[in-house]
Write a protein that binds this ligand. Sequence first.
Ligand code: ASP
Length: 321
Amino acid sequence: MDTSSTGSSEGQARRHLLGIEGLAASDIERVLDLAETFFQVSRRPVRKVPTLRGKTVINMFFEPSTRTRTSFELAGKRLSADVVNFSGKTSSTSKGETLRDTIRTMNAMNPHVVVIRHSASGAPHHVTQHTSASVVNAGDGIHEHPTQALLDAYTIRQHKKKLAGLRVAICGDIAHSRVARSNAHLLTTMGAEVSMAGPRTLLPEKLAKTLGVTVYDRIEPALEGADVAMMLRIQHERIGSASLPSTREYARQYGLNAARLALAAPDCLVMHPGPINRGVEIDPEIADGAASVILDQVEAGVAVRMAVLWQLCAEATEPLP
Ligand code: ASP
């Protein structure tokens, strides 16, 4: 977790989770270990602990979300924080208020944590300048989605008991995927071997160099012997006029089906951050099949976000519940 030197109103250094890039393996392991404790809380008959009583979390979502928004809300509530949800569409943003003014307004209500999703890469970094709260990036443009990578790592570790040495194939619209970026940073830091595959138009060449991954413009070589196949949705909302194959052609060449999955290791996990476009990047029978851990990812999302909120609000002062 990034530690800012700015003092908070309570006199402690403010901490943020803005991205995976720059985190050490020990930081990542710490969140995953904490998430194991919180995972158990979500399976108890009473799914609530009092740890964050008196803390306020504001979820600010300027882009659509199902899993991330709901799980941040549940994570805060299961820790007994007061959670407020703010949607860009129904707020004064639609009346022309700037992000800076909106954040300053929210900050005047003294939140402890601001969780933000925004279409602009770098928006959460900008937000840190205008709030005294800790800031969590819930997905910024094509840049990063750190809690997604953490929940993906949690899910992989849950099933494979390790991350180091695993072969992970990330397939689809790499160019516009914050999920791919955060996962590449996390998995390479943890010693996994990452390959990425997608059509050339969705696969910037320089990525391989900057992220330390192997890049293929066909899906088959990436899948060969893979322990994990992570499928991505085409980010139509970010692509604009870039040339794309038709959906049918894309599904034919890059969709994960039974024949392609057979190239992977026999116990390969199939993952997807959601939302799924069935029949495009993944066949329905694979999405719902025995290798799929897509709903495990969702469950892990609540636990990982509880761990992150707990670290930001309570680690310095509270024992683990
Ligand atoms: N839900 C993920 C994200 O917000 C993946 C996706 O939308 O395709 O980045």
